[in-house]
Structures are given as C-alpha cells and as structure tokens.
Write a protein that binds this ligand. Structure first.
Ligand SMILES: Nc1nc2c(c(=O)[nH]1)N[C@H]1C(S)=C(S)[C@@H](COP(=O)(O)O)O[C@H]1N2
Ligand SMILES: [Mo]
Length: 393
C-alpha cells in the first residue's frame, strides 16, 4: 500500500462521508467515519486529569542516566491531536550517545561486505540526496506500562531511502541481505543492555517499509542522542531496528547469523525463541495497538463525566473498529471518536465514560478487524488501570 498523503486522506474522508450521505453506507477503503463525541462535553468544564494507577511515579520527559542506560520517557499524557509531533527534546530516548562517540564532522558510512568495491559515503553526499520522509512514529519494543508507555514518540523526518544508498556500490551475486550497524562502544558497562546495535534486512523489507537513513528530525539536524549525524528509520518496525550513529552498511549472505541486537530483542519482537540465522527472524513490525493516555474529569450540566483520550498506532492499514472495555465483566463497546490519519503515526480516539460506581477499573482496547493480528494488544500488554474514589464521582 502506498503511503497516504494528507490530501488523499482528506479525499478519502470526503468520499466516505459522501457515501454515507448517498445512503450507501459504505466507507471508502473501510475508513471509519468519525462520529462526533465532543458534543457530550459541550459547554462543560474540564476539572482535572486522573492518574492511572499501578504505574511507577517516574520523572517523565527528563533525560536520566547516560550512554546505554540513558533514557527519556516521553510524557504521553499531555499529547493532543492538535500537536501530535514531539520536539526533539521530548522525543523518547532508549540509549544516549556514547562518551566515546567522535564528533560528527567528516562522518562517513562505509558500504561494504559482499560488494565489488567498498565505498565510503560522506555525510555531505547524503545531505545532497536528502528529501522529506514525512511523519513517522517510533516505539521501543521494550515499551512498558511501568514507564507509562513513554518509549514511544512521533516526529517529522528527512533522509535518504536506504535502497538508493545501496545503489552506490555494486553488490556481488551472493549478496542477499543488508546489515546496518552504528557506533556502539561505550565507556560505562551497562546494567541492562548489550552494546552493539545492528540489524539485518532483506532488500524487500527495506523497500516495502520505506526504510531511510534519517538526516533530519523536525527540520533540524539530529541531536547526538537521537543518532547524529545519521540514523536508520524503518517505518512500522520497532525502534530496535532503527540503528543510530550509522557508520557501516554491509551486504551479507543469505545464511548470515542474526545480530546480538536481534537476539536481545527476539522475545520483544515476537520471535520464535532466539533464532540463529537472520533469515529465521520475522520482521519486527508493530501490529495495531491502542492505549488510553489521559482520563479527564469534567463537569457537564452539573454532572461529573469522564473523557478518555487515547491513541491507536501500528499496522499497515486503517482498522475497521476500535473497542474499549472497563472491566473483565463488562462488554467491549466502540470508542466514540476515532480519527485515523494513517499508519505512519498515532491516531487519536476518545470515549465519554460515565462509571456507575467508585472502584478500580482495568481499561483495555480491542481492534475489531478480521485477519489483523494484534497479539501484543490482545495479551493485555497495553492495559491501564484507574482507581476512582467516591469523591471523584
Ligand atoms: N547504535 C545504536 N542504535 C540504536 C540503539 C542502540 O543502543 N545503539 N538502540 C535502539 C533502540 S532499542 C531503540 S528503541 C531506538 C531508540 O531511538 P531513540 O533513542 O532516538 O528514540 O534506537 C535504536 N538504535
Ligand atoms: Mo528499543
């Protein structure tokens, strides 16, 4: 499927509403027609935002630690559909720049392995090939509830399609896969991660995902922590494949071993055990997933109402329906308002909630779409809970 431009999205939603008006009731390409849920809060007053329960009280949005143990958890609770792009300073970090990383002046990427003649590609050359790549979301495969799902962000990128970069050297006939590596030596020994981030792709995976070497984020050069001067971005794949500080690209044989990074992330990318060969790894794609990001408490016409705001991301086509459930005993019901803007980044949904009583609620989402796998979502991975006291209602 071709990436949807803003214009084609607009066209689709016009088509969809046209079809509805004409009584056809058919959505163009299954695009859900946004219902209007905001009315439920019209004239009301937003009183507060209720915290999710059973999540660690951690510092969101500030960098902590350094090198391989450096992290920044993006605060998703303030995200709005009006400002859906993260400035670089708020974009999540899972590994910060090494203290041993040299300056990015005169940076080159060595393109080698199974090639007739290796070449050194200067960063300046990449800059001349750079073009806008659009908005893309990144999510760490190790994004968890205890850290408020803060290892996820979206930004607008520019760069060079990796398939174009590969043309700069002539591959040998045996060359079957592409190994992308970045600078990964650190001063300090990590307590939690294995140093060495590299990933092996087929040319088909690179082409179909639209993988590119990113040279700009939100119209600016990359920051050091985000991989300056150049990182890989693989749209629709988990962040572990998005190698930072790229300095080496090698053509390898079809039966090349998977890298230590692929092994380290095998459980989190849904692999069958820890395969030895790269060819036995499934693509590390992000299946459709959804989670609430904020519970707003409102006063509307003298009554307390809750408005749940959430996001939907992943997958390769718009989902047919998104449903929410508040406790295992209750049924799933459709969310009120889902505005899907494509699969490259997160989309926003809302739900007007009137809980009957105080108590603890476990909030889960479900994608209803025949044939679409949502293993992580269905496992309860993105569940969040909230405790409502008598005074909240
Ligand atoms: N060189 C290198 N690239 C890397 C990593 C790393 O440790 N070293 N971590 C990966 C992981 S696990 C993720 S989730 C993303 C995070 O990118 P960000 O910190 O810019 O958000 O970078 C990836 N690229
Ligand atoms: Mo990650």
């Amino acid at each position: 499927m071709k990436p949807l431009t803003r214009r084609s999205l607009l066209r689709q939603s016009i088509l969809a509403s046209g079809a509805l008006l004409a009584g056809g009731g058919k959505f163009a390409l299954g695009w859900p027609f946004p219902q209007s849920a905001r009315d439920a809060f019209r004239g009301g007053q937003r009183l507060s935002v209720i915290d999710f329960s059973e999540e660690l009280p951690i510092d969101m949005g500030t960098k902590q630690g350094s090198e391989l143990d450096g992290r920044l958890y993006t605060d998703l609770s303030t995200l709005t559909s009006e400002a859906p792009i993260m400035p670089a300073r708020d974009f999540y970090l899972r590994t910060c720049a090494s203290n041993l990383l040299k300056s990015d002046a005169n940076w080159t990427i060595r393109l080698g392995g199974l090639v007739r003649q290796p070449v050194a590609i200067e960063f300046e050359k990449l800059k001349r090939m750079e073009k806008p790549a659009g908005v893309h979301l990144m999510e760490c495969a190790g994004n968890t509830r205890e850290f408020h799902f803060g290892l996820m962000s979206a930004a607008e990128w520019s760069g060079v399609p990796l398939s174009e970069v590969l043309q700069l050297a002539q591959a040998e006939p045996r060359a079957a896969r592409v190994l992308v590596s970045g600078f990964d030596q650190y001063q300090a020994r990590s307590t939690s991660s294995i140093p060495g981030a590299s990933w092996i792709f087929t040319t088909e995976e690179l082409a179909s995902s639209g993988a590119f070497l990113a040279t700009q984020m939100n119209g600016e050069p990359l920051t050091r922590d985000h991989g300056a001067p150049v990182r890989l971005l693989v749209p629709g794949w988990y962040g572990c494949a998005c190698i930072k500080w790229v300095d080496q690209i090698d053509w390898v044989e079809n039966d090349a071993d998977g890298t230590s990074q692929m092994q380290e992330y095998s459980a989190r990318t849904g692999q069958n055990g820890v395969p030895k060969n790269a060819m036995d790894y499934l693509p590390a794609i992000i299946e459709p997933a959804a989670t609430p990001i904020r519970i707003e408490r409102w006063l509307v016409d003298g009554k307390i109402k809750f408005r749940i705001v959430g996001i939907l991301w992943g997958g390769t086509r718009p989902v047919q329906a998104l449903e929410i459930r508040f406790n295992p005993e209750e049924d799933y019901v459709p969310v009120d308002d889902l505005r899907q803007t494509g699969n490259n980044t997160w989309s926003f949904w809302t739900y007007a909630w009137t809980p009957k009583s105080a108590g603890t609620y476990l909030i889960r989402l479900r994608v209803k779409d025949a044939g679409v796998l949502t293993k992580r979502l269905d496992s309860g991975y993105y569940l969040r809970s909230v405790d409502l006291g008598e005074g909240d209602l």
